[in-house]
Design a protein around this ligand. Structure first.
Ligand code: GLC
Ligand code: GLC
Length: 808
């Protein structure tokens, strides 16, 4: 069942009913100011850091779901309704929500009035613009009263939801004409405030929640609105809100537009005040002036559209499959941008207070976005690397506002360091910017302890080598990619966090995943070392990789597939000898991606075992059989009921590793089959089962052991976005940058008989026409009409366009 449709022309998903199976959200903002907005206008916004600079309050796991957002109440006679359906839930004559690239448009109509709300965070601004277009479609004059509404968060979102003894007394606002200023804590150490303004005179306002709603009322029964008049309340402590009241008279057929601006403003410390106790509003006024007319909003929307067109023009696909085109051209890169910006911090499943930027996550997110914003990827790499420790290990997370490592989580996830090599290699392949390797980058943000970025990579690589276990395989530490495989944790106490508890500090538990990862990044590391002139380091890296491969084949092959790990006691994890958890996906995907067992048939066997034991109608599950009870020696993985999350859920992030592995052994048809099971555009028809947004990937789909098999959770912020992009764009469609040239090597099976990829890279444009006849073991390429040897195109001069014909 569908709840909307894709409008590829406008690059929007159009939701046709507010009763979607879950709130379907969008993200507004590109750099510093971000909004989460659901199809019923729920959600919140923040400046840079969802924990420390939260602008609107949002109550997670609320009843009803998704209550709280930016609402507009329309009072028409005695009737009160909201065009976003929530919170009034009055029946609407029409309803539509268009989530697009950085814009959301919600339109509702009732009793001969149509209200369209356009939400956008313009480029370069720290504000959410809410433009209302109100039209009288009836034959009578309409006398309407409008009440805007937002509820402010007292900045620190954690404190805001926990420290009530303090924060019920700190709230402060100022009202100046049509400007509502939220200035809690501005009197002391903050030099920022929020402004909520509108480009029209107001008939009144409210800023105190209790006065506006009534103490025992929900958002659907605001007393001020139901009684028809604002109370001009000025919040003092408790809960500051922003509500403007506008009086509008509309002749039949008449339309009017209003622009509301919800902004974040910082003042220089010495210019905080206009007069004692009165906020200096110069910058707020300037912001309002920039959006004082619909034309300015239209310009901002057009500018954003061009920004996206330009960016998405870096890689475009024309194929006979429109679902594939819309994934590759629009929605998958869009989600990659969001994961790049948010990491795992703020979504409808991540509260914005728990996690900052993941070391591992951010490096992987970069893989999906590096070609779109290389300069920002460069900065991101430096930020991440600056949190690394001198011994090569890494903080697991850092806070986006301070860019400092997060002490609460600390380090000890032994896969983390190697992801930095993958991220940097991807960046250099895309840009050719080898100079980044010579950048001076500190360790643990200590300016007195720094080294070149290359040295950081070297320490990453050697971190693995200095942390090998009894079988010569990498020690897992607290966990590897799978946060829930906690082999040193041994937790028996309910409140111990699995991720940071190590009740046994052993040097025995080993990871086949990290082994595969090591072999996978080694050639890139060696190439970079070579480039730096360190040929001994380079040669040694390749030998280390061979040794690791040997260790995998000698100690990590279970007969039909790769083991997953050795536990603390040296017992096998992911072996046919195990009672539960006999086979895992991660090591099959990563070891084969690394090329292990490709020559001797082991890779094929491992992938066939994945098909046989792990595949399901909705994707590949993480392990089988699911753990049916808690295994103290395995940790969190066995804490989940069978079929959910890391315990045999379809953990979508790792499925693309198997897709890429399938292309590695030449089975493009199987890779594409897996691809279609997960790609949201192919799941639109089963939205009632899947439940999350049909335009973005979710982290997890309930596996075959779960009662709710096929139901997705944790949409948006997941490495699934970047990795699926890499799988389809680089490996199935087969166009990917390498250090020395652009590789063209499609492997997608017969379902896509031909396609054209237009790829911009390092200043040149490549128009690649593929005839996918599947007749040649190696694709045959002609460049500007001339056949070439092999599948690597040398990079063309800046400004040129190269036509490539490729026949498979
Ligand atoms: C979550 C984490 C990621 C981890 C994965 C598997 O998605 O963000 O870092 O690799 O779970 O546990
Ligand atoms: C839990 C989740 C995992 C996530 C981790 C983050 O372990 O199962 O997916 O990566 O928390 O801390």
């Amino acid at each position: 069942m569908r709840f909307g449709y894709f409008d590829d022309g406008t690059r929007e998903y159009v939701i046709e009913t507010p009763r979607t199976p879950y709130p379907w959200i969008n993200y507004l903002g590109t750099e510093d100011f971000f909004s989460l907005i659901s199809h019923t206008a729920g959600g919140y916004c923040f400046y840079r850091d969802a924990r420390f600079r939260r602008i609107l309050r949002y109550r997670y796991n609320n009843v009803p779901a998704d209550a709280g957002g930016r609402y507009l109440y329309i009072r028409d006679g005695d009737d009160v309704w909201t065009p976003s359906w929530m919170p009034m839930k009055s029946e609407l004559a029409t309803y539509q929500c268009r989530h697009g690239l950085g814009t959301t448009r919600i339109t509702g109509a009732r009793n001969g009035v149509t209200a369209e709300m356009l939400f956008v965070v313009p480029l370069g601004e720290t504000a959410e613009i809410q433009q209302l277009t109100l039209t009288n479609t009836s034959v009578h004059t309409k006398e309407l009263r409008l009440f805007s509404f937002v509820e402010f968060c007292l900045w620190n979102a954690w404190d805001d939801q926990t420290n009530f003894q303090r924060n019920f007394s700190t709230g402060e606002v100022e009202v100046d004409g049509s400007l509502i200023i939220h200035k809690t804590e501005y009197r002391e150490r903050r030099n920022h405030f929020a402004v909520f303004g509108v480009n029209a005179p107001v008939a009144g306002f409210d800023t105190d929640r209790e006065t506006f709603l009534g103490l025992y009322n929900g958002f659907h029964e605001p007393e001020a609105v139901l009684e028809g008049s604002p109370r001009n309340s000025v919040a003092s402590g408790w809960a500051p809100v922003g509500s403007h009241c506008l009086e509008v008279s509309l002749a039949p057929g008449e339309s009017r537009q209003f622009v509301f601006v919800l902004g974040y403003v910082e003042n220089p410390v010495d210019r905080k005040w206009e007069s004692p106790g009165v906020v200096n509003k110069e910058r707020a006024r300037a912001l309002m002036a920039r959006f004082d007319s619909p034309q300015h909003v239209a310009d901002a929307v057009a500018e954003l559209r061009d920004y996206w067109s330009e960016m998405l023009g870096t890689y475009t696909l024309a194929s006979p499959d429109e679902r594939l085109d819309r994934m590759v051209n629009i929605w998958n890169p869009y989600q990659c941008m969001v994961t790049f910006n948010m990491s795992r911090s703020a979504s409808y499943f991540e509260s914005g207070i728990g996690r900052g930027m993941g070391f591992r996550d951010s490096n992987q997110d970069l893989l999906g976005f590096v070609h779109l914003v290389p300069e920002r990827a460069r900065q991101r790499i430096i930020d991440i690397a600056s949190t690394q420790f001198a011994d090569g290990s890494a903080y697991h997370q850092y806070q986006p506002l301070t860019k400092k490592g997060n002490h609460d989580i600390g380090s000890g996830f032994n896969d983390d360091p190697l992801w930095l090599i993958a991220g940097v290699a991807a960046y250099i392949k895309e840009t050719g910017d080898f100079a980044i390797l010579e950048e001076d980058v500190s360790f643990d943000n200590n300016p007195d302890d720094s080294a070149s970025l290359f040295e950081h990579l070297k320490r990453s690589f050697h971190f693995t080598l200095s942390n090998l276990g009894p079988h010569g395989l990498p020690l897992i530490g607290r966990a590897d990619w799978n946060d829930c495989l906690n082999l040193n944790c041994f937790s028996e106490a309910p409140d111990e966090p699995y991720q940071t508890t190590a009740n046994r500090e052993g040097r025995t538990a080993e990871s086949l995943f990290i082994a595969g990862q090591f072999v996978h990044v080694a050639p890139d590391f060696a190439a970079l070392a070579d480039h730096m002139g360190f040929s001994d380091e380079s040669a040694a890296a390749l030998i280390h990789a061979q040794d690791m491969e040997r260790a995998v084949l000698d100690h990590g092959w279970d007969g039909e597939w790769f083991l997953r790990a050795y536990d603390f006691f040296g017992n096998k994890v992911g072996s046919r000898e195990c009672e539960e958890g006999r086979i895992f996906i991660e090591s099959q995907g990563y070891c084969v991606m690394a090329g292990i067992g490709v020559d001797d048939g082991k890779a094929l066997r491992a992938l066939d075992a994945v098909k046989e034991h792990l595949d399901s109608g909705y994707g590949i599950v993480l392990n089988q059989p699911a753990y049916s009870r808690y295994h103290v020696e395995l940790g969190e993985i066995s804490s989940y009921p069978p079929g959910y999350k890391e315990n045999a859920g379809i953990f979508c992030h790792n499925n693309p590793w198997v897709m890429i592995a399938e292309t590695r052994v030449g089975r493009g048809d199987r890779a594409f089959e897996y691809y279609k099971k997960l790609a949201p555009a192919y799941l639109e028809e089963m939205s009632d089962v899947h439940r999350t947004e049909p335009y973005v990937y979710s982290q997890m789909v309930a596996g075959k052991d779960a009662i709710r098999h096929g139901e997705a959770k944790n949409s948006w912020l997941t490495g699934t976005a970047a990795w699926n992009y890499v799988a389809i764009a680089h490996h199935m469609l087969g166009v990917r940058p390498e250090f020395e040239g652009l590789r063209v090597s499609p492997c997608i099976g017969p379902e896509i008989p031909g396609f054209t990829v237009t790829r911009k890279c390092r200043g040149a444009t490549y128009v690649i026409r593929v005839t996918n006849s599947l007749r040649h073991p190696e694709p045959r390429l002609a460049v500007n009409g001339e056949a070439i040897q092999g599948t690597l195109l040398p990079y063309a001069p800046v400004g040129t366009t190269v036509t490539v014909d490729c026949v498979t």
